[in-house]
Design a protein around this ligand. Structure first.
Ligand SMILES: [Zn+2]
Length: 230
């Protein structure tokens, strides 16, 4: 190795060490950043990281676990997700690769709802707040004015960043304004159903204790920051 090559080689090594240290210092090491890592991503429903479902995502309405969210006479003791305001009709994107497990108009309160199931790559687990991990999580998008029929259908696979729907004006007349209600769930709640459904009391989230919410949901912003691959 001549002098120039040795110099380039040492720069390469030190860049590697630097990137390694940066990776360890951050909270984002659970999902591999580079695709050379031996992780099978051939199943398209396997997640390779998470993004916020809207550009400029910032919780502007009810925050995670915020109390006394009233709707349709149901006092939600603790808000299970985050509300993000935006212009009517704004595109909403899949936060990660996943399988559509729910995609329907629900009611005047919820509007259109999409729920995606996200599987961690084999040998990898998603990082949850509190030092816990999970093999699967579910993302839920509420109050949409419509679903993108090109990308979304029951049991279909959507890719991270694909448009799934549009921000709607639900619940009508609530005074909460146009917003997306976004959740990350740790369990597939009531498979085939969303959680607020008139006449289905067992599906109701009303008056559940705080521990019940934290057992089933995580703060979306926290989760996404902990599980991004870029
Ligand atoms: Zn909400």
């Amino acid at each position: 190795m001549n002098g120039k090559n040795a110099w380039l080689f040492s720069i390469l090594i030190w860049s590697g060490v630097f990137l390694f240290l940066v990776g360890c210092a951050s909270d984002q090491t659970l999902i591999p950043r580079d695709r050379t890592t031996k992780v099978d991503l051939s199943n398209p429903a396997v997640s390779d990281g998470f993004d916020f479902p809207l550009p400029g995502y910032f919780p502007t309405g009810n925050r995670f676990l915020e109390r006394n969210v009233r709707s349709l006479g149901c006092p939600l003791s603790y808000h299970p997700g985050e509300d993000v305001a935006g212009p009517l009709g704004s595109a909403i994107y899949a936060c990660s690769n996943g399988t559509v497990v729910f995609a329907e108009y629900q009611n005047e309160f919820s509007g259109y709802i999409v729920i995606l199931e996200h599987a961690a790559p084999p040998g990898i687990r998603f990082k949850l707040p509190g030092g816990k991990t999970a093999e699967k999580v579910w993302s839920a998008y509420y109050h949409m004015s419509g679903i993108d029929p090109q990308n979304v259908g029951l049991n279909r696979i959507v890719k991270r960043g694909q448009r799934i729907g549009y921000m709607g004006d639900f619940p009508h007349g609530s005074g909460k304004g146009i917003h997306l209600h976004f959740e990350i769930r740790k369990v597939n709640l009531w498979e085939g159903s969303a959680y607020i459904s008139a006449g289905k009391k067992e599906h109701s989230i009303c008056k559940k204790p705080e521990e019940w919410i934290t057992d089933h949901f995580v703060c979306p912003s926290d989760f996404i920051r902990m599980n991004r691959s870029r």
